[in-house]
Design a protein around this ligand. Sequence first.
Ligand code: FES
Ligand code: FES
Length: 161
Amino acid sequence: MSETLHAIEVQVNGRKVSGTVPARLSLVDWLREELRLTGTHVGCEHGICGACSVMLDGEPVRSCLMYAVQANGHRVTTVEGLAQADGSMSVLQDSFCESHGLQCGYCTPGMLIASQALLDSTPDPSEAQIRDAIGGNLCRCTGYQPIVDAVRLAADRMKQK
Ligand code: FES
Ligand code: FES
């Protein structure tokens, strides 16, 4: 029996995208496999590692735990959507480079999404608030301190703008 498809319309990184998806297709698989937005990574696939984090209406969510149909009518921001309009890196992305906030880079898209969501709501976060915001994202390489430093650096840079 063929699987029923559902029509969805999602604003992805500021662009309206329409599609037809099976009910059980995860949001991360739709983003990566249909839209080729492969910046969003897949790690554990059960909500633990945070590598698949994207923003849904400005809030970080785990896209491996959501179905694509649940994003219908919502705004999704992936790591590709964090770059500036001319394609150059955002202040936060640049601060990650500057502070050595990444090594292998596997966790980085999720870390950037969690950190950007924090800075959007809390432009001058304390170290405790940064640690809390990235607390659901696992990194096997950095020891976390360089990531915390990167978010702090980005907050300072944004203040000066
Ligand atoms: S892949 Fe989604 S939380 Fe790990
Ligand atoms: S930089 Fe390798 S997992 Fe975080």
